[in-house]
Design a protein around this ligand. Structure first.
Ligand code: GLY
Length: 367
């Protein structure tokens, strides 16, 4: 088992990574006296819940469950309210522990429920998608969506532990797996050129769920994320780099009502738009832009946004993004400067942003 500690000023917590970990009671920071509410979705429940509850019962841990519908469109205030209602009806107090058992949607929803129920209770992240295992479950960002913007209502609230079971990747759809690869590729682009090279050389193994490749890649990304969160828990500084492609990607997700695009797919398009913007500004070299595009395509990710979404549609959603500087409405964008190096820019003219979006969305795959 790999153990990575997310070191924070207030409280540190472990990320545990291994195959088959969810059925090992020792991995769970739970005791028989704890009041525990596990929240999951219909897809994960049908695959794992019976066996998991049995293993809790064998360890004398009683767990209540809430099973929510599956999908980004359910990351909403009304679904959040369902969790609160059940917690109140069952007289859960401040000593309760919530378990977020699912992908990024469940993690964000349950994390926000834990952040706000009775002004804050503990929760455990048990990410089941690749995307949540390498990114969303780590670092305490919790939120629900608003029709006008993704993750607009939320809080920073750190879990007490993150339990990553690589076996869960075997029941993930291919499309969901590819979506997670987008966040993995993002780490290479913004932080680590050697890791990007490793991905170029090992992507085919990852695509076959090769355990050795996964056991290198997932902990490596968790460590990169952990380092960033340790240095900038509240997104004031280096953590902003993790948003490469997200301002564009969130626009796609909001525009399509959180219904048809997976998060990783949307940020894949966004990363190409950011790369092209950087290329137009004379920062990113053409060959680096080509390498990014090639790797995204090899990972079966889209690089062109929704057909009916115009550049000005992007811009109108992008100015709601949390990273906008509010007083002058200037967009703050993360742009890659080379493979392994990125920075934040806030003075890019709209016409450059718009033409990068337009050209990225043109039909041709070659740059
Ligand atoms: N997923 C981006 C962050 O945690 O900051």
């Amino acid at each position: 088992m790999v153990k990575i500690i997310v070191k924070l000023k207030s409280k540190s917590y472990p990320i545990l990574i291994e195959s088959g970990l969810i059925y090992d009671p020792k991995a769970w920071p739970l005791y028989d006296s704890d009041r525990v509410m596990l929240v999951t979705n219909t897809s994960i429940a049908s695959l794992y819940l019976n066996k998991l509850i049995k293993s809790f019962n064998l360890a004398n841990i009683n767990v209540d469950t809430i099973i929510l519908p599956d999908g980004e469109q359910y990351k909403s205030l009304s679904i959040l309210n369902r969790i609160f209602t059940l917690l109140i009806k069952k007289s859960y107090g401040r000593d309760a522990i919530l378990i977020a058992f699912g992908g990024g949607v469940i993690g964000d929803l349950v994390g926000f429920a834990a952040a706000s129920y009775q002004r804050g209770i503990r929760f455990i992240q048990v990410p089941t998608t690749l995307l949540a295992q390498v990114d969303a479950a780590i670092g305490g960002k919790t939120a629900v969506n608003h029709k006008l913007g993704k993750n607009m209502i939320g809080a920073f609230h750190q879990p007490i532990s993150v339990i990553v079971d690589l076996n869960c990747l075997h029941t993930l759809s291919k499309r969901q797996f590819y979506s997670g690869l987008a966040e993995i590729i993002k780490y290479g682009i913004i932080l680590d050129g050697d890791f990007f090279n490793w991905l170029e050389n090992n992507l085919d193994l990852l695509l076959t769920l090769d355990l050795k490749a996964l056991m290198y890649c997932v902990p490596y990304c968790c460590q990169l994320k952990s380092n960033i969160v340790t240095h900038d828990e509240y997104d004031q500084n280096s953590r902003v780099l993790l948003n490469l492609g997200h301002t564009y990607g969130h626009a796609i997700e909001s525009y399509t009502n959180y219904l048809s695009w997976l998060h990783g797919e949307a940020i894949s398009v966004g990363m190409m738009m950011a790369a092209r913007t950087s290329y137009y500004l004379g920062y990113l070299k053409k060959e680096d832009m080509d390498r990014i595009q090639t790797l995204l395509l090899r990972a079966h990710l889209p690089i062109v946004g929704p057909k009916d979404m115009s550049p000005s549609d992007y811009l109108s959603y992008m100015i709601h993004d949390k990273k906008v500087i509010s007083n002058d409405k200037k967009l703050r964008l993360v742009l890659p400067l080379s493979i392994g190096n990125a920075d934040v820019f806030s003075n890019i003219e709209n016409k450059v942003i718009l033409s990068a979006i337009e050209d990225s969305n043109s039909d041709s795959v070659t740059i």
